[in-house]
Design a protein around this ligand. Structure first.
Ligand SMILES: [Zn+2]
Length: 285
């Protein structure tokens, strides 16, 4: 009787060790493992991460906050304050931040109804503030907000469960040059199409690659077939980075996307000076 008991114990112990060695890393561990190294920052900036949606609430909001926390810790680029409270946009509060991360906050116009607050926010950017806009931060807004962002959500023919082709349109640009070494790639995420998007006012970094079969098969609304996925721009003295990617949680610990986001943050904080002049859409290959 003793031997089988011993064997059973050994078996249980081995299984335990096996499980311990093969424990799936947590989402925070994944973000941490995949956060890229950046050039040492000249100072520590202050960032507000605003995560309150006034429309659809994305499941990825929480991991968006984790990503911000880990980026702050690992790069030393900024300290981050998290809020879902619009009082952070009051004149005496907003001025302490070098940039604001708009973390999937759908339909900001439905929350920020006060004209004075909208004006304070827009003037904050015009006067040199940074904006890092993730996914549904591009969904909604009022006239000046949409101008500042550079486009407005107009549906998503490319759904979250699909894998879509992305063209790295600006492979020498510092924000995306290291993303897949500047090559085109595929990714699983929900990709927006935009209205009120004017390429001549944005520096487009990535677009949908319509030569990718599944991607090209979907019918988007735009006559010019110009489906930007990431761009930068200046708005007054301010700096804006926009990522249409950021619906699925996996985007927030995707090593290649984190490279783009870390460099995007260096730009919006004024740490890295990058070219924001518009370039025409490359001819289809
Ligand atoms: Zn979404």
């Amino acid at each position: 009787m003793k031997k089988p008991l011993f064997l059973t114990l050994l078996c249980v112990l081995s299984l335990g060790l096996f499980a311990a060695n093969n424990k799936k890393p947590s989402e925070r561990e994944l973000v941490s493992q995949n956060m890229p190294k950046i050039e040492a920052p000249s100072k520590k900036y202050k960032v507000l991460c605003f995560s309150k949606p006034y429309g659809f609430r994305h499941n990825s909001i929480e991991i968006g906050k984790t990503m911000m926390e880990v980026m702050a810790e690992k790069t030393g680029l900024f300290d981050v304050t998290f809020s879902e409270d619009l009082t952070e946009f009051a004149p005496d509060k907003i001025k302490q931040y070098d940039a604001i991360c708009l973390n999937n906050n759908t339909h900001l116009q439905k929350g920020m109804k006060d004209e004075k607050m909208r004006e304070t926010f827009i003037n904050y950017v015009k006067n040199g503030g940074g904006i890092f806009a993730i996914h549904s931060a591009t969904d909604g807004g009022w006239k000046e907000y949409v101008e500042m962002i550079g486009g407005n959500f107009d549906g998503h023919p490319w759904g979250a469960g699909g894998t879509w082709g992305i063209a790295n349109e600006d492979p020498n640009h510092p924000i995306v040059k290291d993303v897949y070494q500047g090559e085109n790639f595929t990714i699983k995420d929900e990709i927006y199409q935009y209205k009120d998007f004017d390429r001549s006012k944005n520096r487009v970094l990535m677009t949908l690659d319509l030569s990718h079969e599944a991607t090209g098969k979907k019918n988007g609304k735009r006559a010019d077939k110009d489906y930007a996925v990431a761009w930068v721009k200046n708005y007054g003295e301010g700096r804006v980075f926009v990522s249409s990617l950021g619906h699925n949680k996996e985007i927030f610990y995707h090593p290649e996307i984190l490279k783009m986001w870390a460099e995007g943050f260096r730009f919006v904080l004024g740490e890295a000076d990058v070219d924001t002049s518009s370039v025409p859409k490359p001819a289809a290959k």
